[in-house]
Design a protein around this ligand. Structure first.
Ligand SMILES: Cc1ncc(COP(=O)(O)O)c(C=O)c1O
Length: 397
């Protein structure tokens, strides 16, 4: 069977590949610490599950809903983000999709033409680049400065007449860093001036730690808001990755286009998940806060141990999401391993799964998730440390 050129150009999700390998070894009886995962380890809070069961039992989950989501859910979303992020979106400015992944995919399909370019600050989440290519457009990586920060000058250096959009992801996967309000305003003003659309992926916006503040791109004034498309969802905040509910918020005309697209692509997101999400937004706050606090404790416990591993460097403690993205160039030099050998050695010898930074466009780094119990995290970091020591020149034979 001859596959389309479009699909031949697509790389399978590398994070999914790591997860698959780790699960395979686990199934073979290996005691694996899987720090490669990209989802919370908690089960969905009971109050949300109960709402889903009720929706099924009362027959409400049996039927199609409007393709871009139930009105009741859009209202719950509008109310929640007004409260959480000071956002102000009417119901015709909101579309509900099958996960934030589809929110992004539909957005690219709605705004990109072949030949358009999209700026992707490095390191970037793996699916952005592939989804942009699927829309016939070109991802353009924008590197950070020597301090690891993104600046308007760096963006301007990569922009061309074809630049249609920029993706900002804060808190960021894989670094866990957040942009300050001043940084966001600078990026926003620049994009407005250039006529570039801002796609702001805020899926980790409610997972922020140690008193840090997250600012939504949609709350930084009318001009920036008009130029911005917000992506969010329930996956990370409410530990609902399996339910597949994502959100797009922005200009009403663009939302109409996205709704038309999803009406042909997926139809409505699963009705039962929509009813569960209404409950998440209305009464999931207490459970969400409990999970956030647990992530915070894990970060604070594991961070000092991770930076104590020989050759592991982190310039800054992460502020959000649930990932750490250390620079391991010195550890690679110590062990004389390539990053591929390092990651596969961790998997097969140390039995710790991590993701190679290369899939986020930044070699010499690895991504570790702390969506694991404290005990597993401590074991995982200890195993990584022992692996580095064992393979360092002194220990090598
Ligand atoms: C930055 C980022 N955006 C979007 C998503 C997609 O989330 P969802 O489960 O809602 O499709 C993820 C999931 O890993 C992510 O890390």
């Amino acid at each position: 069977m001859k596959l389309s050129r479009r699909i031949q150009d697509i790389q399978p999700s590398a994070t999914m590949k790591t997860l698959g390998l780790a699960k395979q070894l686990q199934a073979e009886g290996v005691d694996m610490i899987n720090m490669g995962i990209g989802e919370p380890d908690f089960t969905t809070p009971e109050v949300i599950e109960t709402a889903a069961i009720t929706a099924i039992k009362t027959g409400k989950a049996s039927f199609y809903t409007p393709a871009s989501g139930l009105k009741e859910l859009k209202q719950a979303i509008s109310d929640h983000f007004a409260d959480a992020f000071h956002l102000n979106y009417d119901l015709d400015q909101i579309a509900v999709t099958t996960g934030a992944k589809m929110a992004l995919y539909a957005t690219f399909q709605a705004i990109l033409d072949p030949g358009d370019e999209v700026l992707l600050p490095e390191p970037y989440w793996v699916s952005y680049a592939e989804q942009i290519k699927l829309a016939g457009a070109k991802p353009v990586a924008a590197p950070l400065d020597a301090n690891g920060r993104l600046t308007v000058d760096l963006l301007a250096a990569k922009a061309t007449d074809q630049t249609k959009a920029i993706i900002l992801n804060s808190p960021q996967n894989p670094t866990g860093e957040i942009y300050s309000r001043d940084e966001l305003i600078a990026f926003g003003n620049w994009a407005v001036h250039q006529g570039i659309v801002i796609i702001s992926d805020e899926i980790y916006g409610e997972l922020v730690y140690n008193g840090q503040t997250f600012h939504s791109m949609g709350a930084l004034g009318e001009q920036i808001k008009a130029q911005t498309i917000i992506i969010n969802g329930v996956s990370k905040t409410y530990s609902m990755t399996g339910w597949r509910i994502g959100i797009v918020m922005g200009d009403a005309q663009m939302i109409k286009a996205i709704s038309a697209f999803v009406s042909h692509a997926t139809g409505n997101p699963a009705a039962v998940s929509q009813y569960a999400s209404i409950e998440a937004f209305r009464s999931g706050a207490t459970a969400a806060e409990k999970m956030r606090k647990e992530f915070e404790t894990r970060l604070n416990t594991i961070y000092p141990k991770l930076v104590a591993i020989p050759g592991f460097r982190l310039t800054k403690k992460p502020e959000g999401a649930f990932y750490l993205f250390p620079n391991i160039e010195e550890a690679l030099a110590l062990t004389q391993l390539s990053s591929t050998e390092f990651v596969s050695g961790l998997l097969t010898e140390a039995h710790v799964a991590v993701v190679d930074g290369i899939v986020f466009g930044v070699p010499g780094h690895i991504r570790l998730s702390y969506a694991l119990s404290l005990e597993q995290l401590e074991t995982g970091v200890e195993r990584i440390k022992n692996f580095v020591i064992k393979n360092s020149s002194g220990g090598k034979n």
